[in-house]
Each structure stands twice: as structure tokens, then as C-alpha cells.
Design a protein around this ligand. Structure first.
Ligand SMILES: CCCCCCCC(=O)SCCNC(=O)CCNC(=O)[C@H](O)C(C)(C)COP(=O)(O)OP(=O)(O)OC[C@H]1O[C@@H](n2cnc3c(N)ncnc32)[C@H](O)[C@@H]1OP(=O)(O)O
Length: 157
């Protein structure tokens, strides 16, 4: 697999870049960015206090939504690699992945105001079904794990 200097979400065409979690064209959203590095994907996000659950820790819905968008971004990246799409030399990708299933396990409180690191690993690709395993960590401690089943849409709509 290849190293990637551009986020996979920045390769979505403009009309599909409004996702609240990861769309580069949504000024109100998180604009999460997933990078392919070797055979893994990586993303970072630093939550602020509006995402509070218990004082000092992050609301689980945010954790789930970060895993959701990192998962679909990772699935799109892994699908592109499997299809020999050269991510380094393209402006937009033809692959669209959406979440069919997302499982989150909360392992430890996710701290507020600390950069979170999301890592994705491809488990398998079977036709249009792409499974990705993920971790969300803070300062090297795994706060949550996620498993996503992303489905590659049939058309490019
Ligand atoms: C491009 C920018 C993307 C940004 C995305 C950001 C992340 C998101 O939040 S996406 C939004 C949340 N997700 C959605 O709204 C998706 C809603 N669901 C759907 O649209 C459809 O159910 C969809 C597209 C997932 C699948 O529909 P369709 O394309 O008709 O495929 P379908 O034939 O039903 O399923 C394909 C395969 O997946 C399997 N599958 C589908 N859903 C599930 C599920 N929940 N669990 C297990 N397997 C499933 C099916 O059994 C089938 O398997 P097989 O090929 O072996 O028979």
C-alpha cells in the first residue's frame, strides 16, 4: 500500500463533501481527515468542552461518529488500493462507501482537550462489503474500539 499525503475525504467530489463528520465542504462539521499510511489509516481530532459527557470526558456519540467517518474513509481508501486506484495522482475517487453496521466498545473514558488518534486496519473485502477494525486512543491509551461494515455503493451518485 502507499503513503498518502492527501486525506481520502479530500478526494470525494465537492457535491459529496458535506458529511457532518468528514465533509470538507461542511463548515459546521468536524471535517475529520483520514490518511492512508502504509497498510493502516490514521486520523486525529481534538474534542473541546461542547462534547462533554461526564466532566472531563467525551460524549460517546462523538466517539461513535469519529469511528463512523474514519471507518467509511478507511473503507474507501482500502477499496481504492484493492482496485489499483492511484491515490497519489488523482483529484477525485469513484468509490463511495456508506456505513451499514458500526459496533463501538467503550474501553476507557475519552479525555477532553487531548488529541485523539484513530487507526483503521482492513479486516476483509468481500464484493461490496468492506470490514474495518479501528481503535480510538488518547496518549497511547485505547479508549474505544470500533468495527465497521461499509458498503460500496453501486453507482457513483
Ligand atoms: C461519500 C461520502 C460518504 C460519507 C459517509 C459518512 C459515514 C456515514 O455516516 S454514512 C450514513 C449512514 N449510513 C446510511 O445511511 C446507509 C443506509 N443504508 C443503505 O443505504 C443501504 O442499506 C446500503 C447502501 C448500506 C446497502 O444497500 P444495497 O446497496 O442495496 O446493498 P444490500 O444488497 O442491501 O447489501 C449488500 C450486502 O451487505 C450486507 N449488509 C447490508 N447491511 C448490513 C448490515 N447492517 N449488517 C450486515 N450485513 C449487511 C447485505 O446482506 C449484502 O450482503 P451480500 O452481498 O452477501 O448479499
Amino acid at each position: 500500500m502507499q503513503n498518502k499525503s492527501k486525506a481520502i475525504q479530500d478526494l470525494y467530489p465537492d457535491e459529496l463533501a458535506h458529511c457532518y463528520g468528514c465533509g470538507k465542504n461542511n463548515p459546521f462539521g468536524y471535517q475529520l481527515k483520514t490518511y492512508l499510511v502504509g497498510d493502516e489509516t490514521i486520523a486525529h481530532f481534538t474534542p473541546d468542552e461542547k462534547f462533554t459527557a461526564l466532566p472531563g470526558s467525551v460524549y460517546g456519540g462523538l466517539v461513535a461518529s469519529l469511528l463512523d467517518c474514519h471507518g467509511t474513509g478507511s473503507a474507501a481508501a482500502f477499496a481504492c488500493v484493492a482496485e489499483n486506484i492511484d491515490l497519489e495522482n488523482t483529484e477525485t475517487i469513484p468509490v463511495r462507501c456508506v456505513t451499514a453496521s458500526l459496533k463501538v466498545d467503550f474501553k476507557a473514558p475519552t479525555p477532553m482537550g487531548t488529541e485523539l488518534e484513530l487507526i483503521g486496519k482492513l479486516r476483509s473485502i468481500e464484493g461490496r462489503k468492506i470490514w474495518v477494525d479501528m481503535t480510538l486512543s488518547a496518549k497511547g491509551i485505547i479508549c474505544a474500539t470500533g468495527e465497521i461494515l461499509a458498503i460500496k455503493l453501486k453507482s457513483n451518485v
